[in-house]
Design a protein around this ligand. Structure first.
Ligand SMILES: NC(=O)c1ccc[n+]([C@@H]2O[C@H](COP(=O)([O-])OP(=O)(O)OC[C@H]3O[C@@H](n4cnc5c(N)ncnc54)[C@H](OP(=O)(O)O)[C@@H]3O)[C@@H](O)[C@H]2O)c1
Length: 330
């Protein structure tokens, strides 16, 4: 038996409970992992609260990512003692996830923990930080260089936003952080933001085209913010869309695409192919300032995960939340 969160939906309603789980409940997979650290992403908040239909079978262990040590493996790539990371692949949605002390998954889904990171640091980055890296890789592949101009990061106080700012600033880009929490400006500047703007500048319905401001954009917000980001991106610039914290709609016009030749990249972390994941984690190991990562990170125990997962959706949590899966139990 081990401790974990289970999300139930039955005649008693939708609820998440911290409880004992038996290994026989874990389901399919050729690798078993002792989960050392997990994390709370926006999607985990949705799964824990049931605010959006993220969980697709019940009961289910939520948690879209984890880092830990392999305890059993019949997969050729992994052996007991290997340190591994998992992000996405439907884990925490349709397959039992990371918010339990043991996980069983397909070995094809795992990435080796880079030597630069502890399992705690990997989860401080988590799916949010790995997604931020996917956005940066897309901007680089587009050919955007620091000399091309400012990069806008929206949802700046969130997990994706914080890691994106630290990464981009470390790579020499001039970053403009858009936030609803201007009181956190000092924190955003300590991560490397050159300027901080009020998200209200971007969140209201805007014109099809505005003044050309950004060489590139990392957008975690969607809706009017994404439409306005596209409308104010410079000629031949690029926008990466990875989130919907402000809404799933995209009330835009084609003007930025056909008159300014901007490119909109969709960023998905869940089903990203293994080589891209490996590249993203290697680049995080090379480019992310660990000291900055620590300032983004708040640590909790598994016993607090349900309450903090609920808090996450209120938009008041700053940066990343790591969950010590063994605290109080070992
Ligand atoms: N595509 C993928 O594979 C992928 C992977 C990871 C995450 N995501 C998505 O990316 C988004 C951000 O994830 P996260 O982990 O960074 O979440 P998070 O830590 O909860 O941060 C979201 C941030 O968005 C801003 N925000 C919240 N509500 C808003 C609203 N109504 N209007 C405008 N801004 C709002 C807030 O920043 P400020 O207070 O600074 O304004 C908040 O801190 C989520 O939608 C998540 O689902 C997608």
């Amino acid at each position: 038996m081990f401790k974990g969160i289970l999300v139930h939906k039955d005649e008693a309603g939708y609820r998440a409970t911290l409880q004992d789980i038996d290994e026989t409940q874990l389901g399919d997979g050729d690798v078993t992992v002792r989960v050392e650290w997990s994390t709370l992403n926006y999607k985990d908040g949705l799964a824990i609260t049931g605010k959006s239909p993220v969980v697709r079978r019940f009961p289910l262990v939520p948690g879209i990512d984890f880092a830990g040590t392999v305890t059993h493996s019949s997969h050729a790539a992994w052996k007991p003692g290997d340190k591994v990371i998992l992000n996405g692949w439907g884990v925490g949605e349709s397959h039992h996830g990371g918010l339990a002390q043991t996980a069983r998954v397909s070995g094809d889904w795992l990435v080796a923990l880079p030597a630069a990171f502890s399992t705690r640091q990997a989860m401080a980055i988590g799916t949010a930080g790995y997604t931020a890296m996917l956005c940066v890789l897309a901007l680089e592949k587009h050919g955007i260089r620091p000399a091309d101009g400012e990069i806008l990061v929206t949802g700046a106080n969130g997990g994706v936003g914080g890691v994106a700012i630290a990464l981009l600033a470390g790579l020499g880009y001039s970053v403009v952080a858009s936030t609803g929490r201007l009181a956190e400006s000092d924190y955003l500047q300590s991560l490397g933001a050159a300027r901080v703007i009020d998200r209200a500048e971007l969140s209201a319905p805007g014109k099809p085209l505005g003044k050309e401001r950004w060489a590139g954009v990392v957008d975690a917000v969607g809706s009017h913010t994404l439409a306005n980001a596209c409308a104010t991106t410079k000629y031949r610039g690029a926008v990466t869309a990875c989130g919907l914290a402000g809404g799933m709609d995209f009330p835009a016009s084609v003007a930025p695409f056909i008159l300014r030749a901007i490119t909109l990249y969709g960023i998905d972390s869940v089903m990203a192919p293994l080589p891209l994941r490996q590249q993203a984690w290697q680049r995080l190991a090379r480019d992310l300032d660990i000291a900055k990562l620590e300032t983004i990170t708040r640590e909790i125990g598994l016993a607090d995960a349900i309450a903090v997962g609920t808090e996450l959706l209120s938009g008041t949590v700053r940066g990343r939340v790591v969950v010590d899966m063994q605290r109080g139990y070992s």
